[in-house]
Design a protein around this ligand. Structure first.
Ligand code: HEC
Length: 721
């Protein structure tokens, strides 16, 4: 290991200070020590041993299985590789170190088994997904940071043990430093933090419902875990952006505006870029009137102090759950003969915002588009305009209309879809939520998602994989007058509708990625049900803000508890926060599907796009993924996909991500498929590429567990033999 590499954050300092011509310049883009490849978040590698001429000879060279999957688990991890050791995360959030050349395990850290006291009361129930881990080193120490549930762990990279000097015995509670009564509210961290000097900068995942914590961005001392700065993503009185909330108490009560998708960092300038999510509650904004800064904004902060440098809000007063799903890619372009350091921000809506990264100025004009202003939801107040980047082609279709009804299915089925479509609000991406149902297209999961884009500095092409699935958002008015004497079961149903229906559907049958709750009484006792609600599990948030009696009532409804159902419920005195008491909820995240379960829209249902950032034009676009029954007829449908691409100097774009469980390589100039292999479980994750002893490897986590695929716990590495 060379001296330079062991000093503080390895190759990336070299990357960002390459102009000074330091030794590690040669290492620029050769390592994968950081989530997303490098701090500029471009998923680009200079490694070129595997290229378009030999990629067809790529073979699996090792497999590692942590063997801890169960029926719902996933792995969304983009692993990192430092000094020939690969650090990855298992389905049950064990952190592990492997020899990157062989896949042989060095150590494994299981917070739930090795340190049960540290996570007491937060057993497997509180697990979420963890998309990556952050590495820090200096002369004295080598540390890894990652989160499991509400815990941020600091683990010694050599030994896999907790670094006791950090935080409280090697751990920080993510609930702290949020200036709210946070203990009972849900928080986790799905994307890893980023290192700037001796700071670990982190975001969070918070509840999408009304009872949500604010997504303050926090920076902690990597050595001690002491808070060094925080940025109020929901501004306090006197702070810029406070005026964008009409209700002057909203800042104390409304949550969200969280950077759940990680960060990119311009290390030379000391600017960290955060992509922010919507304010809570996602689909009704009547209790958060105004533009809601800094929700849905790209935020540029001074990485040393947390002071805002600039911000750009991509959606005003979001009521569609249009979180920014990935950190922006930091790119450099030449415009009118001048080099501009810019950033490219793909959105769930299928757009790319291209801004000067020093000041937030758009490189192509951005229009404020007039959008529907009227909402039928009482108390809602929509924004009159929305930002619309002109000059850069959208990478996904923008509306689902009758012309685009899935024509691969029988005429009868098409008719049914047409009827359904006619009953819905559709045709424009900014149609507001309605009680009859509004088509959300591109869907809740993009457009772009957390896999993020890849960017090739050689060609200025931005590679973005996209979903094109229509979803239906249906709002439901809250039951008005609650009877004086309510039974447990009617209170339970009411509370279910307010708290659970948005994921589990109106009739307990589940929606989108959320499971059915039918027949839960064979699986849960009253006790285990309480524990689940108190602690949450993976993407299911905790509901510890509900009183015990409220949870009991929900249990009596969901578990159909005969002995409780008729009891009189008088738990309504519980003083809940009025900001959390929404007049509307939704019936869940429902995909608009044909009877046979295909998207109601014509293919492509998933695409890979190469966007020329110089011209704003799409250079090529291909369906990504196949559906066997249509492939047999020669039709390439593309599939829903999760996990991002990697682009290399070898002329290749690698991507797994698809429902069909393939791992593919494309010619980066033409989009032509040049290699593919079937994975044991779909790789809903982003690959990483690295070199050990002169050999280039490409590794992908195969966790399945989404889109109907079985779960697995395998990492596979490929190389030329
Ligand atoms: C934001 C979406 C969301 C909300 C809101 C939500 N859940 Fe869930 N729920 C999930 C997900 C996702 C899972 C699957 C968790 C896993 O990976 O095991 C789940 C799982 C469950 C399970 C276990 C299912 C099984 O087969 O073991 C129960 C029971 C449950 N939820 C009840 C509730 C109740 C009751 C509420 C309301 C108080 C609620 N959920 C609110 C997303 C949600």
């Amino acid at each position: 290991m060379s001296k330079i590499k062991s000093v503080f954050i390895g190759g990336v300092v070299g990357l960002m200070t390459c102009c000074t011509g330091c030794e590690s310049k040669q290492k620029e883009y050769q390592n994968w020590e950081i989530y997303g490849g490098t701090k500029d978040n471009i998923r680009y590698s200079k490694l070129a041993q595997i290229d378009t001429s030999n990629v067809n000879k790529l073979e699996q060279v090792w497999e590692f299985s942590s063997k801890d999957h169960d029926q719902n688990t996933q792995i969304q991890t983009n692993p990192i590789i430092v000094d020939q050791i690969l650090f990855g995360i298992s389905p049950k959030l064990k952190l592990f170190a492997l020899e990157a050349a062989t896949g042989v395990q060095k150590w494994i850290f299981d917070p739930y088994e090795i340190h049960p006291d540290e996570v007491k009361g937060q057993g497997y129930f509180s697990m979420n997904v963890a998309r990556g881990v952050t590495y820090f080193s200096d002369q004295k120490t080598k540390r890894l940071f990652y989160a499991a549930g509400p815990n941020l762990f600091c683990v010694d990279a050599d030994t896999g043990t907790l670094v006791k000097e950090f935080g409280t015995n090697g751990k920080l509670d993510l609930h702290q430093d949020l200036d709210r009564d946070a203990a009972s509210l849900y928080i986790a961290m799905t994307s890893p933090g980023i290192i700037y000097k001796d700071l670990l900068i982190i975001g969070s995942r918070v509840n999408e419902g009304a009872a949500a914590l604010p997504g303050y961005i926090r920076a902690y001392d990597v050595h001690t875990g002491a808070l060094r700065w925080k940025f109020h993503t929901i501004p306090k009185p006197g702070e810029l952006g406070y005026e964008s909330w009409e209700d002057k108490q909203a800042w104390k009560n409304v949550g969200g505006a969280n950077a759940w998708a990680g960060f990119s960092l311009d290390e030379k300038r000391g600017i960290v870029y955060a992509p922010l999510g919507s304010a809570s509650y996602d689909f009704y904004g009547g209790k958060r009137k105004g533009n809601n800064l800094f929700a849905n904004s790209i935020l540029a902060l001074d990485a040393a102090t947390g002071k805002r440098i600039w911000h750009f809000q991509t959606i005003h007063h979001d009521v569609w759950d249009r979180d920014l799903p990935t950190a922006p890619a930091l790119v450099s372009l030449v415009k009118n003969g001048k080099k501009i350091d810019a950033l490219a921000q793909p959105t769930k809506g299928g757009l790319v915002f291209l801004l000067d990264r020093t000041n937030g100025e758009p490189l192509f004009p951005i229009e404020e588009l007039q959008v529907p202003r009227y909402s039928e939801l009482i108390g809602e107040q929509l924004a009159p305009t929305q930002p619309w980047p002109k000059g850069i082609e959208p990478f996904a279709r923008q509306a689902f209309t009758e012309e685009d009804i899935n024509s691969l299915v029988e005429i009868e089925e098409q008719k049914e879809i047409r009827q359904k479509l006619q009953s819905l609000s559709t045709g424009f991406t900014f149609n507001p939520p309605t009680e009859k149902g509004t088509v959300i297209f591109p869907g809740f999961d993009g457009g772009a998602e957390w896999g993020g884009p890849a960017y090739d500095p050689e060609t200025n092409l931005l590679y973005v994989n996209s979903n094109e699935m229509p979803w239906i958002l249906t709002m439901v008015k809250k039951q008005e007058d609650i009877q004086e004497t309510e039974t447990y079961s009617s209170a339970g149903k009411r509370l279910y509708q307010m708290n659970c229906m948005s994921c589990h559907g109106p009739d307990l049958k589940g929606s989108g990625h959320h499971p059915s709750l039918l027949n839960m009484n064979s699986k849960y006792t009253l006790d285990t049900f309480h524990t689940l609600l108190q602690e949450g599990r993976r993407m299911m948030p905790a509901f510890s803000q509900l009183s015990e009696m409220e949870r009991d009532a929900i249990a009596s409804y969901v578990l159909d508890l005969k002995d409780k159902k008729e009891m009189v419920f008088n738990g309504n005195q519980t003083a809940t926060n009025p900001y959390w008491d929404m007049p509307y909820t939704s019936t869940g995240y429902n995909k608009f599907l044909t009877k046979a379960g295909y998207p109601a829209i014509n293919p492509p249902w998933g695409t890979l796009n190469a966007i020329d950032l110089n011209t704003g034009k799409i250079q090529w676009k291909i369906p990504l993924g196949e559906t066997q029954e249509f492939l047999n007829k020669g039709i390439h449908t593309g599939t829903e996909n999760y996990g991002g691409p990697v682009v290399t100097a070898g002329g290749l774009v690698f991507i797994a991500a698809t429902k069909d469980g393939m791992f593919r390589a494309f010619n980066k100039h033409s989009g032509k498929l040049v290699w593919e292999t079937k994975l044991p479980y779909p790789g809903f994750a982003t690959p990483a590429t690295y070199e050990v002893n002169g050999k280039q490897f490409i590794v992908i986590a195969c966790g399945g567990g989404k889109l109907g695929a079985p779960s697995g716990s395998v990492y596979l590495a490929f190389a030329l033999k």
